[in-house]
Design a binder for this molecule. Structure first.
Ligand SMILES: Cc1cc2nc3c(=O)[nH]c(=O)nc-3n(C[C@H](O)[C@H](O)[C@H](O)COP(=O)(O)OP(=O)(O)OC[C@H]3O[C@@H](n4cnc5c(N)ncnc54)[C@H](O)[C@@H]3O)c2cc1C
Length: 298
């Protein structure tokens, strides 16, 4: 099974390669110059150096390489990656499956898994697709394989349909919550922006990082957007995940259900988050967290 993998984001590519390494020995990659593929069993590396801001820029290059005897194309599911995968599949006339998190070939049948109904269910599907995007967080990053590969430089060929007028860096948090071992995650139940301070104290005391639900990060902007956990945020897998005032809607759960220990604090004893929790405290954040802090102090 010969696979071509692409991502314009190095970390996503590392995940993609870790995922593929468990399924095939024949992987080539197209990536930005400077990406270090050592330990990922890669055979051929196609480096491009241009800034990629328009999916049309890369479509011809990727399609041409992919048409050169590969069985499958895997693309990291970033915004631009999803568009590129769709355009390549359309150009070459191959079916595509987006945002998968499992892929197996058994007796000639290709089986994939992806979330369905906004993450409420998991769909297992037999597919004829040749192009896939892999959901971020589908694999832990693991090097340890072969490091001998051939390198070739390629030009991105394609006709951009947008004109780059300027780039403005998005305000980012200083941490990558996907790497955190302990996460204190804040939900709308915190009630006010000032309440974040209390959660921050708990996170600091435990040596953990702050994260949040979508209302807190993307709607109310009480935390940076890249601290959002869930379907449209990050997928995390810490040793301890403490949910403060998070109801536990499925779109949040899909981002944290791989945490080893989940502790939930919620004043509603029927909140669905308790179904995911190893330890649950029914109570008010503003009463329970100060008690925890006191205990941790003593
Ligand atoms: C396509 C799509 C994508 C989405 N992606 C995401 C995503 O990536 N991440 C995400 O989180 N959501 C996502 N959502 C939104 C998701 O459906 C929920 O609306 C969201 O997770 C709810 O956030 P919450 O638990 O913070 O707020 P709420 O659902 O409002 O829950 C607040 C909780 O706090 C409790 N509470 C209130 N006051 C206190 C107190 N003083 N002490 C203790 N407990 C208290 C309440 O009992 C309640 O359970 C998505 C939705 C859609 C449709």
């Amino acid at each position: 099974m010969k696979v071509l993998a692409f991502s314009e984001r190095n970390e996503l590519l590392e995940e993609l390669l870790s995922f593929l390494n468990q399924r095939t020995d024949e992987v080539d990659i197209i990536c930005r110059e400077g990406f270090d593929p050592s330990g990922f069993n890669v055979k051929n590396v196609y480096y491009f150096s241009a800034d990629l801001y328009d999916p049309w820029q890369a479509v011809d290059t990727i399609s041409n390489i992919f048409s050169n005897g590969y069985d499958y194309l895997f693309v990291g599911a970033s915004t631009i990656g999803r568009e590129i995968a769709a355009l390549v599949s359309q150009k070459l006339g191959y079916p595509m499956e987006s945002d998968i998190f499992e892929f197996q070939v058994n007796n000639g049948k290709t089986l994939i898994k992806r979330y369905f109904f906004g993450g409420k269910t998991v769909m297992t599907k037999e597919t004829e697709a040749k192009v896939f995007t892999l959901l971020p967080g589908s694999s832990e990053i693991k090097r340890g394989g072969n490091s001998s590969y051939k390198v070739q430089k390629v030009e991105l060929v394609g006709t951009p349909r947008t004109k780059l007028l300027g780039i403005e860096e998005k305000a980012r948090g200083t941490v990558d919550i996907t790497k955190a071992q302990i996460i204190v995650s804040v939900g709308r139940g915190i009630g006010k922006k000032d309440g974040i301070e209390l959660a921050k104290q708990l996170a600091q005391k435990l040596g953990g990082e702050l994260a949040g639900s979508r209302p807190v990060c993307s709607d109310l902007h009480w935390l940076e957007e890249d601290r959002q956990v869930g379907l449209s945020g990050k997928k995390v897998r810490p040793k301890i995940y403490i949910a403060l005032g998070i109801s536990g809607q499925i779109q949040h759960i899909v981002g944290m259900r791989d945490s080893k220990i989940v502790i939930a604090i919620n004043k509603d004893k029927n909140a669905p988050i308790f179904n995911e929790a190893d330890y649950g405290i029914v109570g008010d954040i503003y009463k329970v967290v100060p008690m925890l802090l006191k205990k941790l102090e003593g």
